[in-house]
Write a protein that binds this ligand. Structure first.
Ligand code: GAL
Length: 382
């Protein structure tokens, strides 16, 4: 199947370059959301659940390698580079799975939503990703970190963690922390009952995981204007998002974190900042199937965060155009230019997952608005 895909992608690339037709493929300079997106070798880009790093005028796209038969990691984290955001050169496997059965990142583990940030103090590139240990489904719920001296890698795997072990969230008052003692054991509640929801809001699962560290699944990274970096992740069985401060070298958690939209059931966080305001686009939790996106806003990274309805508009906006958020990219050199990035997953043929990149508009109240476009180019922002 891989070869067949390769051939299709190559043909599409040739036809696109020759200007033979413009539908169903991504011609240079044009984004064609949902189409095959050939790299410089004519192969569909394989960087799912990805994120973008910009370094010295070059964009680096990191994402999950997906093969034809399984969503488990068979290769690792891929890296592509580009100067114009539409033409991507294959760089490398930035973080390779290990062949050593005792390694946490042994082939067959789950590696999802890798994101890379640059630490100006240490001169290192730091990659965090969601790690599930081989053979354990999604039970491990760990955050993992790798580091490199160069943007494209290879990255050296450091360790994985359940973050913020032994720390209470900063947005719980001493009274709320004291009230944790009145909660029953999680098994004593009927899942999805009002009583259970209320207990989740009050910290049922945060309390359960206090000693072992908080669960960490879908994730992103965000570096604020002051250089402080934050790890944003679906915690508490995907019921609550945590925003956690990273250490100055970005290699560990400081223990400072807040719980966002507790019991709100958000996944796939993509966080960005515009005119001093923080925005986060998330999804609901329906596995690989698309659902209605959510929008959250805050004046400070640690909140309070307010939840709003989806920023998507038009046909299929209620299912995020068939995609799930992964990243919001600020385009450099353009004023007010932000791109929403999403994945259209294809679990029965994971390698054929597609990318939806769309420009973000802002309405009079400053709210992001995302409209489907069959194709568009960066001149949209001029
Ligand atoms: C999605 C999640 C993906 C992946 C998938 C597995 O909801 O966003 O990253 O974990 O579930 O079913």
């Amino acid at each position: 199947m891989k070869r067949k895909l390769k051939h299709v992608a190559a043909l599409v690339a040739i036809l696109a370059l020759s200007g033979a037709f413009s539908e169903g493929c991504t011609s240079p300079g044009t984004f064609t959301p949902g189409a095959l997106w050939p790299d410089d070798r004519g192969e569909h880009i394989n960087a799912h659940g990805g994120g973008i790093l910009r370094h010295e005028g070059v964009y680096y796209w990191f994402g999950e390698n997906k093969c034809d038969t399984t969503s488990n990691a068979q290769v690792g984290v891929m890296c592509y580079s580009s100067r114009n955001l539409t033409d991507w050169k294959y760089e490398s496997v930035a973080l390779a799975v290990s062949e050593d059965p005792s390694s946490e990142i042994v082939r067959g583990c789950i590696i999802e939503r890798p994101k890379v940030i640059y630490n100006a103090r240490t001169g290192k590139f730091v990659m965090w990703f969601h790690l599930e240990l081989k053979g354990q489904g999604y039970q491990a719920a760990r955050a993992a970190v790798a580091v490199s001296d160069t943007p494209a890698g290879p990255y050296e795997y450091l360790y994985s963690v359940r973050p913020n072990k032994g720390f209470y969230p900063e947005n719980m008052s001493p009274e709320e922390i004291a009230a944790l003692a009145t909660l029953k054991a999680p098994e004593a509640y009927k899942s999805w009952s009002e009583e259970w929801r209320d207990a989740v809001r009050r910290g049922l699962f945060m309390k359960r995981d206090f000693d072992g560290g908080q669960m960490s699944r879908d994730m992103t990274l965000f570096v604020d204007d002051d250089g402080k970096a934050y790890h944003v992740f679906a915690s508490e069985g995907n019921l609550t998002l945590d925003i956690a401060e990273l250490s100055d070298d970005y290699l560990s958690h400081t223990g400072r974190y807040v719980r966002v939209d507790p019991a709100g059931h958000n996944e796939a966080p993509a966080l960005f900042k515009r005119n001093g305001k923080y925005w986060m686009i998330t999804s609901g939790c329906t596995g690989w199937a698309p659902n209605r996106a959510r929008l959250l806003s805050a004046d400070h990274i640690f909140g309070p965060w307010t939840r709003h309805d989806t920023p998507m508009v038009g046909p299929d906006s209620d299912i995020t155009f068939g995609g799930q958020s992964t990243y919001v990219l600020k385009v450099d050199g353009k004023e007010d230019a932000y791109i929403f990035m999403a994945d259209r997953w294809r679990p029965e043929l994971p390698s054929d997952g597609r990318y939806i990149w769309l420009p973000i508009d802002f309405n009079e109240q400053g709210f992001p608005v995302i409209t489907w476009r069959d194709s568009w180019s960066l001149s949209y922002f001029d």
